[in-house]
Design a protein around this ligand. Structure first.
Ligand code: TZP
Ligand code: MG
Length: 227
């Protein structure tokens, strides 16, 4: 995970149908996505594998790590650069073990050699305590949120922006920490003012009329924040 990464984008099949996955990913990458995750809740492994095969070469060409949400073993098989797991998805050690044995099998990894060895493994965190724990366990990066209520994770309580500064100081200074959840062009200034340096933005980009321009705008705001 490059330390310079600021904007983490997610191609979420809940928003973007498979037929548009490549076009939308190309727009996210052109707009400045530093990381690209494929998130496919309620889709079978065959679908995930098929979509990943389409997105991997785009990410490789852009020099952007490709992360699969959930399924460490499948992530390893398809030649992803890493996997993102939640609080209930087991330990870092278990995710690493599941990812590694299949590395090199599946989607012709020779055609898309992984850009990250060892794999990048990220954890969702929902509090400062969980962020500290993920750092201590050795995760490569964290997501921190949801900051605001979001239709992408309906029903998940929002944690607000209060803990961002402490989280950035204690955790974000050691590993990349991406604030997430309800971040839009309208809420981003408040998130940055609270001390955030990195963000994951899903629906506000996938639903934008001009995805590349919307992505470029938030990337510029994150870069200007610096730090
Ligand atoms: N994890 C915490 S909030 C969230 C995830 C995957 C959804 C973020 O999506 P959006 O649309 O940017 O609020
Ligand atoms: Mg998960």
């Amino acid at each position: 995970m490059p330390q310079s990464a600021r904007l983490y984008c997610i191609l979420d099949l809940g928003y973007t149908p498979e037929v548009r996955a490549e076009e939308v990913t190309a727009s996210l990458l052109a707009g400045g996505a530093d990381i690209l995750q494929l998130r496919a809740k309620n889709h079978d492994h065959a679908t995930i594998r098929r979509v990943a095969e389409k997105l991997l070469p785009l990410c490789r060409a852009a020099g952007v790590p490709f992360i699969l949400n959930d399924f460490p073993a499948l992530a390893g098989e398809i030649g992803a650069d890493g996997v993102h797991i939640g609080q209930d998805d087991g330990s870092l050690e278990a995710a690493r073990a599941a990812f590694a044995p299949e590395r090199g099998v599946g989607v012709s990894p020779a055609a898309f050699p992984p850009s990250s060895i060892p794999p990048i493994i990220g954890r969702s965190t929902h509090s400062l305590a969980q962020a500290r724990a993920a750092l201590a366990e050795g995760f490569d990066y964290i997501g921190f949120g949801p900051l605001f209520p979001t239709p992408t994770k309906a029903g998940r309580p929002a944690i607000g922006v209060r803990e961002i500064a402490a989280m950035e100081r204690e955790v974000g200074s050691a590993i990349p920490a991406f604030c997430i959840g309800g971040i839009t062009p309208a809420t981003l200034p408040q998130v940055l003012a609270a001390g955030a340096r990195r963000a994951v933005i899903v629906s506000a980009l996938l639903n934008a009329d001009n995805i590349e321009a919307a992505t470029h705008a938030v990337k510029t705001a994150l870069k200007e924040k610096g730090g």
